[in-house]
Design a protein around this ligand. Structure first.
Ligand code: FMN
Length: 161
């Protein structure tokens, strides 16, 4: 099963967290994971992916305009029926990453994705709307991001394999 991680990152924090989530997803079993910046997407891989995890920085307490533009203009990608999850980075606690995740969830719904965040379903640590890291995350936040990746991948395996 293929799992794509699609992210927007200007200064590298979100890209770093994408890599950590990829590590977690790869540990879930028979999963081939690929991290891709939104400006450099392997369309063949994305078309075949059963699950997509989106990531972006928080801008003005919401998702970045670059990922908004990607959702608005990238009509060549069919995301319908794929499991969708999200993560976000921010500069400080309460900076608005939760709002960014909710906006991402809304956009994934519009694209016909099956939106999932693990939430509190598998016990602590909780990821209510998705994974959040302050900048590239401290050790605890990175561990949570890794676990988030493995939990989302496990759910995709449960649904699609
Ligand atoms: C235009 C702009 C707006 C931002 N707004 C917020 C914000 O509202 N809250 C916050 O916590 N961080 C904010 N940040 C900080 C970024 O979300 C944070 O540094 C993020 O980790 C950057 O990700 P990147 O390194 O992947 O680009 C903003 C950064 C920029 C450039």
């Amino acid at each position: 099963m293929k799992l794509a991680i699609l992210y927007h990152s200007e200064s590298g924090n979100t890209e770093t967290v994408a890599g950590i989530i990829a590590e977690g997803a790869s540990s879930a079993g028979n999963v081939e994971v690929k991290c891709m910046g939104i400006e450099d997407i392997d369309q063949g891989f994305l078309d075949e992916a059963a699950a997509v995890i989106f990531g972006c920085p928080t801008y003005l307490a919401d998702f970045s305009w670059q990922i908004k533009k990607w959702f608005d203009t990238s009509h060549e990608f069919d995301l319908s029926g794929k499991l969708g999850a999200a993560f976000a980075t921010e500069n400080y606690l309460g900076g608005g990453a939760d709002s960014a995740l909710l906006t991402l969830a809304g956009h994934m719904l519009v694209k016909g994705m099956l939106v999932y965040s693990v939430g509190s379903a598998e016990g602590k640590p909780f990821t209510h709307y998705g994974a959040v890291c302050i900048k590239e995350g401290d050790a605890e936040q990175q561990e949570r991001a890794k676990l988030f990746g493995s939990r989302v991948a496990a759910k995709a395996l449960e649904i699609f394999e």
